[in-house]
Write a protein that binds this ligand. Sequence first.
Ligand code: NAD
Length: 330
Amino acid sequence: MSRTQRTKVGVIGVGHLGQHHAKHFSQLPHAELIGVYDIDQSRAQIVAERYGTTAYPDLDLLLRDCEAVSVVTPTRQHAVVAKQCIEAGKHVFIEKPITKTVAEADLLLTLAEQHKVLIQVGHIERLNPALLALKDLSLNPKFIEIQRLAPYNVRGTDVPVVLDLMIHDIDILLALVNSPVKNMHASGVSIMTDSVDIANVRIRFQNGTVANLTSSRVAKDKVRKIKIFQKDLYITIDFLLGLTEVYRVLEAHEKDPQAIMTAPFVRNGTHKSITYEKPPVKKIDALRMELANFIASVQGRETPIVDGKAGREALDVAIRIHDMIIEDIL
Ligand code: NAD
């Protein structure tokens, strides 16, 4: 009988999000949750007790006992903590954004290569079921509109809105378009913090695709929407409703007089009709799936959905947008 291979894993930083990493690792069949570490020892104790694991008093001790770790500390701590893990030869899952600066991300990527460990980054929206519903469509977007608005919440405000919220959409966008950025025009304002709280950017890619992104952490209601326009296809995704809708322009067939009768418009002498589809959106737990992918990648059965390089690219574009806004404001 074959035994399930289980990777010994730990969680570093068990606050709001890290506690859920601990929960999933305690449940995933291919993972063995060895323990948690948090500079707040009482917090580590509470989470460890909840998931039947050990609260380590020292990070080095946790690293000694693990093969892989999740780094779920505040973003400004990612670089220093992940560096210690990688230098100890451990695979790391780092919550998004990978680090606070591109130089820090580059250092981690170099170290990971030297120590032959993998870095995965927690851009969880790539696993949003409403986005996964597009997997069977052939995408070649010409214009993409993305909106992410959220009511004000102190959590996450240790970084500007571009690094907190917009970076999710930048990562999705880079994966959808798969072409280098040609130019960008960004603007933004501060409302609630001393940093940028509302940001807008228009990005033109080298392949001609244009995207318009707006992120705000000062809104009455949450909004998370993507609209994708391409030749004869329009897709609209509402992440909050878990709703994906696809409108297609189709040629009405000459052999089908009924279709021609109902085709609402004519273009270049051809009768056209518009169809509407709602691809099925599967209910999944995106965090569980993301962490299962990390463990499977450590075990060589899968590759990371968002690797360190993709996390670095999203950060690089985000920082360029933020710097452009700061330059514009000053
Ligand atoms: P949090 O403040 O609730 O928790 C952070 C925890 O890390 C705290 O318990 C703190 O004591 C601990 N900590 C701080 N420095 C540490 C260190 N050097 N070593 C060990 N523990 C340390 O923060 P959070 O909201 O859970 O966010 C954590 C990270 O997750 C951030 O990078 C954030 O951007 C990211 N995040 C990602 C998503 C997402 O959608 N993927 C959502 C929320 C947060």
